[in-house]
Design a protein around this ligand. Structure first.
Ligand SMILES: C[S@@+](CC[C@H](N)C(=O)[O-])C[C@H]1O[C@@H](n2cnc3c(N)ncnc32)[C@H](O)[C@@H]1O
Length: 432
């Protein structure tokens, strides 16, 4: 694993999930989705799949993707802002939909996606369209990367999110909300999320197609299939991943929407719930549905919403202590990894925030010595934050050792310790 793309995907494999969404849109008849896939060199056999009327997993999953695409696009348009900040963009054909309508488009995603996607889109657009398009490598937990993207817009932005938050830990979701609030306070605009009511949304579609009795079991089976595309269980229980087994848990706990709304309010964001479904929608996949299924879908979707967040004008941000002090805090340090291999012992010193953008550097250093290492010492005293991408690399390093007691981590701050504890990683990295 030496090339940049492989390193990027290894630290955060969720970028693979965006290709699935694109394939489903192409299969549903979206020409631009097909054109992007062709540019990516994906073979036709991998794109087109017959979906049997009796297939109660793939058929509703396809509908979920198309309806989400159509519903979010409609809501973005209704917001009326001049710039769409697509967070994350994946390999979406939205870039064409919106620039053709005269909007500016800023596509944001992890490096593995942007490095592939941006050149493809630029090769498919004319000079006028190109002026309306920007791309930016963003890790949503990293405020600076998000700010760099938002700064490409002249005025207020409509930030739109679909298919992201399921891949984030609770800590990362909190950071996402805080980062977005800061962006909205600087640029103005709104944040649309099709993700908050994901569970209700999937259930509404699965119940319409598979019936109320079977919907839970089928959705559980579909979820297992999706999580196979990425190792999202790393967030939930590190020991499962470590032991190499993924526990089969349905995981349909009731979501407390009032609590989510209250949390947003406490962080300075107001919530407006916008109906997800509109009666005038004409999905391509309606052709594959019976009129009874379409009617049930319409009925089930009545209670499902896209959440629109805007700044609460009454909110006053608490002064963040130390941020304007003369002493540079670890948060501001540029990322750097120093490593030395001596007599089989790899000594590593990490400085700065370790997230999807920076973690590949650590992985690269580790891979250069892999096979010759018998013990690892990691000094994290100047690492103020670690996201799941960083945890993933630390776990790879830990797992590579025959004798796990030879993995040592020093200088763990209170904040980083909390991240280890909430993700279950303390059992590996914190032995006392
Ligand atoms: C299921 S795809 C959805 C993409 C797009 N919204 C769509 O509907 O096609 C999930 C995307 O989230 C991105 N992603 C995951 N974690 C991220 C993070 N921390 N920061 C930015 N993007 C992230 C992945 O790279 C992937 O492209």
């Amino acid at each position: 694993m030496s090339n940049e793309k492989e390193l990027n995907i290894a630290v955060n494999p969720t970028s693979n999930t965006a290709i699935t969404t694109l394939i489903l849109l192409a299969n549903a008849g979206y020409d631009k989705a097909l054109a992007i896939l062709e540019k990516m060199g994906v073979e036709k056999e991998k794109i087109f799949h017959d979906v049997d009327k009796e297939d109660m997993i793939n058929r509703p999953s396809d509908i979920v993707r198309e309806l989400r695409y159509v519903a979010l696009n409609r809501t973005i348009e209704e917001c009326g802002y001049g710039t769409l900040l697509d967070l994350p963009c994946g390999y979406t054909p939205k870039v064409f939909e919106f620039t053709e309508k005269g909007m500016n488009y800023i596509g944001c995603d992890l490096p593995a996606v942007i490095n592939d996607f941006a050149p493809i889109i630029y090769s498919m657009t004319d000079e006028d369209q190109k002026k309306k398009i920007d791309f930016q490598i963003v890790d949503v937990t990293n405020y600076e990367s998000l700010k760099a993207a938002a700064d490409k817009a002249d005025g207020p932005v409509c930030i739109a999110t679909e298919g992201l938050t399921v891949y984030l830990t609770p800590d990362e979701k909190l950071l996402l909300r805080k980062n977005i609030r800061r962006i909205l306070s600087e640029k103005g605009g709104c944040w649309l999320s099709a993700d908050v009511e994901t569970m209700e949304y999937y259930m509404a579609v699965f119940r319409a197609v598979a019936g109320d009795d079977k919907a839970y079991d089928l959705l559980a089976a579909a979820r297992r299939g999706f999580s196979g595309q990425s190792d999202t269980s790393i967030h939930k229980n590190a020991s499962d991943v470590f032991a190499g087994k993924v526990k089969e848990r349905a995981g349909f706990s009731k979501v407390d929407y009032e609590k989510i709304e209250a949390l947003a309010k406490a962080e300075g964001l107001l919530v407006e719930k916008i109906p997800y479904y509109r009666d005038d929608f004409e999905l391509h996949l309606f052709d594959s549905m019976s009129s009874d299924e379409i009617e049930k879908l319409r009925e089930n979707m009545k209670h499902v919403n896209i959440w629109k967040y805007t700044l609460d004008p009454e909110y006053k941000e608490k002064e963040s202590s130390g941020s304007s002090g003369a002493v540079q805090s670890d948060k501001d340090l540029p990322f750097k990894v120093e490593s030395e291999l001596k007599d089989g012992v790899l000594n590593v010193n990490i400085q700065g925030r370790m997230d999807t953008i920076t973690a590949p550097e650590l992985l690269k250093k580790f891979k250069e010595s892999e096979g010759k290492i018998t013990a690892i010492n990691v000094d994290v005293s100047h690492m103020p934050y670690v996201s799941s991408a960083g945890l993933r690399v630390l776990l790879m390093m830990y797992k590579s050792l025959e004798d796990k007691d030879k993995f040592e981590m020093t200088g763990v701050s209170k904040e980083v310790r909390e991240i280890f504890e909430t993700t279950g990683f303390d059992q590996f990295f914190m032995k006392d």
